[in-house]
Design a protein around this ligand. Structure first.
Ligand code: E4P
Length: 222
């Protein structure tokens, strides 16, 4: 499974990339707005793309086919590793088809059902992004969408990658991996929670303390 970082925060992206923890990045207008300040979003994207050795999703903000198509083409020029993010709406599906026909990779975002994932895949999406956490938030079982999409894509040998999005906690990542999602995109705090465990820290402290006692005794006997 590939790990993507779901953020536009360059500091976090640099940290995760240097540690070799991530295979790509996803952004969205909300994530960009959180950190943009006065910066030009295109410049931010350019910097992110330079840091990340892998796909970087950048979202269009138009909602009509012609706007999404034009924006998608411009975004694709920012860097070779840009993946254009298009929302799962009817006009979006048409734009996906147009962009994909030109060889531009598209991530269809805001998917909340396996049927939406299938439609996006049929249009030529490179990735579909079911939003697990937001479904859980409204009392649904978000993971079911990943499970159903996996079966459907396998049934028809669809190569579109299932990108588990809106991840809220480490269990989401583990469950999505067990079901066979191709990618999990997660916020920095979830990535850190996956990496770290308090019992690891406690165990290491104990090992080092015990070893220090041995070393002290050995010194005393010398
Ligand atoms: C995915 O690409 C989206 O950016 C993201 O996962 C949305 O997650 P949220 O529900 O935490 O906003």
């Amino acid at each position: 499974m590939q790990f993507f970082l779901d953020t536009a925060d360059l500091g976090d992206i640099r940290w995760a990339a240097r540690a070799g923890l991530i295979d790509g990045v996803t952004t969205n207008p909300t994530l960009v707005a959180k950190v943009a300040g006065d910066a030009d979003p295109r410049d931010m994207l350019r910097e992110i793309c330079a840091v990340v050795d892998g796909p970087v999703s950048a979202e269009v903000v138009g909602v009509r086919t012609e706007d999404m198509y034009a924006e998608g083409r411009e975004l694709a020029k920012v860097a070779d590793n840009i993946v254009v993010k298009i929302p799962m709406i009817e006009d979006g599906v048409v734009a996906v088809r147009q962009l994909a026909a030109e060889g531009i990779r598209v991530n269809v975002t805001l998917c909340f059902s396996a049927a939406q994932c299938l439609i996006a895949a049929k249009a030529g999406a490179a990735y579909v992004s079911p939003f697990i956490g937001r479904l859980d938030d409204v009392g649904h079982e978000g993971m079911d969408v990943i499970r159903e999409a996996r079966v459907i894509f396998d049934n028809y040998e669809i190569e579109t990658q299932i990108l588990a999005a809106s991840i809220r906690h480490p269990r989401h990542v583990t469950d999505a991996a067990m079901i066979g999602a191709d990618v999990a995109t997660m916020p920095t705090d979830v990535l850190k929670k996956l990496l770290l465990h308090p019992l690891t820290d406690r165990g290491l402290d104990q090992f080092l303390n015990d070893w220090a006692k041995v070393a002290t005794r050995a010194k005393g006997n010398a």
